[in-house]
Design a protein around this ligand. Structure first.
Ligand code: G4P
Length: 535
């Protein structure tokens, strides 16, 4: 197969939703239809203590939330599908944002009873900013919810994106019998779900004028369907592939992940419409996926994913060319040539060593500590850097130290690794040793994760005191003179620290305190993220 053929069959996407809308269930059902698993329910059933293959960390099982982003790959209908799991919890937004940098499209799940929820709004916004095509799956149609036309209005009003229903449910709220496929002009009626969605749902396909349809669904339901379809045709959006590709129109599917209602139809239509790997911006112009020269970027780093391996993986998204095991590449930040040995891929429930991969694929690389989030790697003969990842300023801070001072070494190692993963940001009080650190995060749940992971992976218990600061600012003087605390007025209102690269950082309580410091230190420049090229 040529590089272009490999690229055109790839679909790399993330599922975005508010917690509990059904992301895990839909992922599982896509794997079921993709033939990657045989009995749905093997991924996750909290009640039977089994957990999702994407739920790697024990904390996820305990809390029932998805903490880490993971990758699943399977084949369906001639396509190679890469699903990147995004944590749904709001505290993990940073990790999620990074994952969304690595996708070519997104599937947004909406709970039919709840409509557009808070976390969905945030994730949608990120996808919209990247102009990523967004597909909507309105889930949980097996039970009572808002009516389909109202849900479409809500998506348009709250998110500002018009919908194009690809299918439309037939029946009454809570008792839908099937869907009308608007593209194919066919009716699919489902048999009763007797297995609680454990196997593929049996359905029958009819032409709309088949008298059997009215016999099965009844005249009243038929008439209501005709009214809705007429309304959609007359007042609804027209199908427009260009708008879909630009993320300006969301093809919308109705279904129920749990009972496999509309799932297969969704998967098939989605694969037809979703884009293959897209070109990416770099400091050397646009990089096309079918450029023969290999390039990729790191979007996630995860240590100790598998307690049996105790390893650290850097996840790369391939952007152009062909990836081959043991290939030599140029690593942009270090300006070094490195060898990519033991690359891993994630096929449904296992990981395995791979020999080759193509644009759109995600590969896990063993990381001896060289990779950072956002790093570009390229063919040694064409060196460039992809555009920067957005960074998010920390807003929560805590002083952290090892309970047992004898474990200082493991403590420092654990903290360092979690910092490299990008889960926390590390600061040092000026002039102190490594007995205690100041840790900054975007959300409070990361502190729990920090505590848990240090205990389970490094066997270190920690003491943690939350600090009353909510704003961090990197500092420099306008003449680039070195800053010491005594140069600054009014910083007793805050805390003067160094970041990992010894750049001065000030923590203050709030924006008001920040304003005061700003007004009283005229030649001071402050930034919410580190300055580039600090001297
Ligand atoms: P998430 O990953 O987005 O957080 O959601 P998840 O799939 O875990 O689903 C959240 C809950 O919603 C689960 O119930 C799941 O069974 C249920 N669910 C998902 N899809 C559907 C659907 O189409 N219809 C209905 N009625 N329910 C659905 P739970 O009781 O919290 O967990 P479990 O015991 O079923 O695992």
């Amino acid at each position: 197969m040529t590089l272009t053929e490999e690229i055109s069959k790839r679909r790399t996407f993330a599922i975005i939703s508010h917690p509990d809308a059904g992301k895990t269930t839909l992922t599982e059902k896509l794997l079921l239809y993709g033939g990657a698993i045989h009995l749905a329910g093997s991924i996750k059933s909290r009640k039977t203590q089994r957990h999702a293959v994407s739920d790697w960390m024990e904390i996820e099982k305990q809390r029932g939330i998805s903490v880490t982003s993971s990758v699943l790959q399977f084949d369906y209908a001639g396509c190679r599908i890469n699903i990147l799991d995004t944590p749904g919890h709001q505290d993990f937004s940073e990790d999620t944002y990074r994952t969304l940098m690595a996708v070519d499209s997104a599937v947004m799940i909406i709970d039919a009873a709840k409509g557009v929820e808070a976390q969905t709004k945030k994730l949608f916004k990120v996808c919209r900013e990247r102009r990523v095509p967004i597909f909507t799956f309105i889930n949980k149609l097996d039970r009572y919810g808002k009516i389909p036309l109202d849900l479409m209005d809500e998506i348009e009003n709250v998110l500002g994106i018009p919908t194009y229903p690809m299918n439309f449910p037939i029946g009454v709220d809570g008792k839908y019998l099937g869907v009308y496929d608007r593209q194919k002009n066919l009716i699919e009626l489902f048999a009763e779900d007797t297995t609680h969605g454990q196997v593929e749902r049996v359905s029958e396909i009819f032409k709309p004028d088949d008298p059997e349809v009215i016999k099965r669904i009844g005249q009243e339901v038929w008439d209501a369907l005709q009214d809705d379809l007429m309304l959609l045709d007359e007042a609804g959006e027209k199908f427009d592939k260009k708008k879909i590709d630009a993320g300006d129109l969301t093809p919308t599917f109705f279904g129920s992940a749990m009972t496999n209602f509309g799932v297969q139809n969704f998967l098939e239509e989605y694969l037809k419409l979703a884009p293959p790997p897209a070109p990416r911006l770099s400091d050397d112009g646009i990089i096309e996926p079918n450029d023969e020269k290999f390039s990729a970027f790191v979007f996630k780093i995860q240590a100790n994913m598998n307690p049996a391996h105790r390893d650290r993986l850097a996840f790369i998204r391939i952007c152009s060319g062909k990836f081959e095991r043991n290939m030599q590449v140029w690593h942009a930040p270090s300006n070094k040539i490195i060898k990519l040995a033991q690359p891993q891929q994630f096929l449904a429930q296992e990981r395995q060593i791979i020999e080759e991969a193509f644009p759109g694929d995600i590969v896990g690389l063993f990381d001896p500590g060289i990779f950072g989030i956002g790093d570009t790697i390229t063919d040694t003969s064409h060196k460039f850097k992809f555009e920067d990842f957005p960074t998010f300023p920390p807003e929560k801070f805590a002083r952290v130290q090892a309970k047992d001072t004898m474990k200082r070494k493991q403590f420092a190692k654990g903290i360092e690794q979690l910092t490299q993963e990008g889960a926390i940001q590390l600061f040092c009080p000026v002039g102190s040793g490594t007995d205690s650190y100041i840790v900054g995060t975007v959300g409070t749940l990361q502190f729990e994760v920090l505590q848990y992971r240090l205990k389970s992976e490094y066997n270190v218990e920690i003491l943690m005191n939350m600090l009353n600061f909510e704003v961090a600012r990197w500092l420099k003087f306008d003449d680039n003179k070195k800053i010491t605390p005594s140069d600054l007025r009014g910083i007793d209102r805050g805390m003067f620290l160094h970041d990992r690269n010894e750049n001065p950082v000030l923590l203050v309580e709030n924006e008001w305190a920040l304003g005061w410091i700003h007004d009283n230190n005229k030649n001071l420049i402050m930034s919410a993220t580190p300055f580039e090229n600090v001297e």
